[in-house]
Design a protein around this ligand. Structure first.
Ligand code: ADP
Ligand code: NA
Length: 335
């Protein structure tokens, strides 16, 4: 089993990024046995498909790498790297551009969403983005790719590209590419803003109080939780009682996710209690669990040398795995 997965580099990381994305990777890594392998990459090449500021992209790539390691991605067990350091991604994309069809890409809903009304002004990279995604996984003969609902169409495209390439350019007994299967990641927690239970916790929210940042210390976490928006009712003892109470539901959900339990069990413990009792308990749980992450994150973020070394080592391993497939693809095309 070989799992390949990418994440867009993004800065100002918060509890939503941790519980909704990063933690799933840590779980996948921890579930691997000796014959299995995870390749995790920072999708910095994908990031240039949208307008971006170069220095910010560079900083976000390093920040994301630091966060991944701080949250438990072990660069000795998993292969952690950024795309830009493995030229085979861009090379294979070009080779696959010869196989992918305009019609296939035109049907991608994400391109339609992201280009919006300004189709003419969208970058070519935004259009061919799914071909780079195909290259990302086919390059490593990935057997499995974790895909959320919004990425299903892109994995289908990767499989179509692989199949057409194998059909058109390979003999039946020597296909160049493995068709990857999707794995549905464990249902990701969706964390809402601490100021508005109906808005996603996000770095784009101008209020710092709306989110727990991965750099917050224990006092800051306690304060943000204490000031989190709630209603005046005590917590219900059953889940149905959270309906129509988005702020309460969010805090209880965060507690359950952090404690590794479910909402029912949290309500068995706290049902009937007011927020005066629940908030300090939640704050303590968050501070206790995020403390070591935040310490390691801050340490790594300011240690450029270690980060560069981790990514360079990952890129070296990734290049080694990619080489034979890239060579075979060139050869199959008569190049
Ligand atoms: P933001 O919304 O802060 O801009 P991004 O869009 O950069 O975050 O998301 C990076 C990753 O973190 C994505 O995989 C996304 O699904 C996840 N994520 C972001 N915010 C949340 C949230 N509030 N709850 C769960 N997952 C989230
Ligand atoms: Na966003």
């Amino acid at each position: 089993m070989r799992i390949v997965s990418g994440i867009q580099p993004t800065g100002n990381l918060h509890l939503g990024n941790y519980l909704g994305a990063i933690r799933n990777w840590v779980r996948m890594q921890d579930a691997m046995d000796a014959d299995s392998q995870c390749l995790f990459f920072l999708a910095d090449l994908h990031a240039i498909s949208m307008p971006h500021v170069p220095a910010e992209l560079n900083a976000a790539t390093l920040e994301m790498a630091a966060a991944l390691v701080a949250c438990g991605i072990d660069p000795d067990r998993s292969i952690l790297f950024n795309q830009a350091q493995v030229p085979a991604h861009a090379e294979l994309q070009w080779l696959l551009n010869g196989t992918a069809r305009m019609g296939w890409l035109s049907r991608m809903t994400q391109f339609k969403d992201k280009s919006g009304k300004n189709r003419e002004g969208a970058s070519v990279a935004l259009f061919t983005y799914p071909v780079l995604q195909a290259a990302d996984v086919l390059l490593y003969q990935a057997s499995h790719v974790p895909v959320g609902e919004d990425q299903k169409q892109h994995l289908e495209l990767a499989r179509d590209v692989a199949q057409k390439f194998n059909n058109d350019f390979c003999t039946e007994d020597a296909p160049v590419f493995t068709l990857p299967d999707p794995i549905i990641p464990p249902e990701a927690a969706r964390i809402m803003s601490l100021r508005d239970g109906t808005a996603k916790m996000s770095k784009s929210d101008p209020s710092e109080m709306s989110r727990i940042s991965l750099t917050d210390d224990a006092d800051t976490i306690m304060q943000k939780v204490r000031k989190a928006k709630t209603d005046a009712e005590p917590l219900p003892s059953e889940k149905a009682g959270l309906e129509g109470r988005p702020e309460a539901a969010n805090l209880v959900g965060i507690y359950a996710t952090m404690a590794g339990t479910d909402v029912e069990s949290v309500l068995r413990d706290f049902g009937g209690e007011g927020f005066g009792k629940f908030k300090p308990a939640l704050g303590e749980l968050l501070a206790e669990q995020l403390g070591p992450i935040s310490a390691r994150f801050s340490e790594l973020k300011s240690d450029r040398e270690s980060l560069d070394a981790i990514l360079a080592r990952g890129a070296l391993k990734a290049r080694e795995i990619a080489r034979p497939t890239l060579d075979a693809a060139y050869k199959a095309l008569g190049l």
